[in-house]
Design a protein around this ligand. Sequence first.
Ligand code: SF4
Ligand code: SF4
Length: 248
Amino acid sequence: MSHATPAATGSVGDPFATTEIATREKLEGIFNDIKSHPLYDHEIYGCLNCGICTATCPAAHYYDFSPREIVQLLITENLEGIYDAMQEKIWACAQCYTCAARCPFHNSPGGLIMLMRETAIKHGMQSAKDVLKPFTRVLMKLITTGNQLAPNMITPDAFADWGPNVARIKAPLNILRKAIPMPTMHTLDTAWEVNIKTSIELYTIWEASGVLEQLETIDPNLFDVVGDLMDEKRDEYQEWLDEQHDAA
Ligand code: SF4
Ligand code: SF4
């Protein structure tokens, strides 16, 4: 299989494009990070360019986006095309993996897109910052309560993209939640109760898996706030452990 790599130049990109022009070195660094990911070889085996993935992709019906194009860019090592796709197109994928179920080559275009997204975050690309900005609120909720979403976060303003369906969330959630059999889910501030030990374990996973490192690249201010909150929770947990120890 041929892997055509365009000739090296000092810098590349469309001079009329609004996106930043990347150096050849930067483009190669980005591609190498995608290709060296441990999952890369499990997500791509070859490509017939048949378009079955795009034909079955829900995102392709609504956006200027094609999983076939993404796979072709990667398999031909089209560094400029990969970089351009990372400015917007990769964020259109809904991660439903219909493409992976349909591809005759057993590729996973959705999986490859996930690797490209991780790389966009690692390189602090503006597209990643823009896409992840609205999730700040979700992350803060997760770190303070252990829940991603709480019922009181579901407001018409926050979910305007639901269109006419947004009217349905005006339902009296405080009453409806009381109908749930588990008492721990009767609140609106959290979806359910998470104990502090579980929260501390979650922080450890974030640290060990590189999530916090990614956050520092994307939003240093939020990283600082999250770090302070984690320290507070850890101190609180340690105090509780000490109390248990003293009482024993
Ligand atoms: S379905 Fe598979 S082989 Fe066909 S274009 Fe998509 S990735 Fe390539
Ligand atoms: S995972 Fe992404 S690329 Fe694949 S079918 Fe779903 S939306 Fe399309």
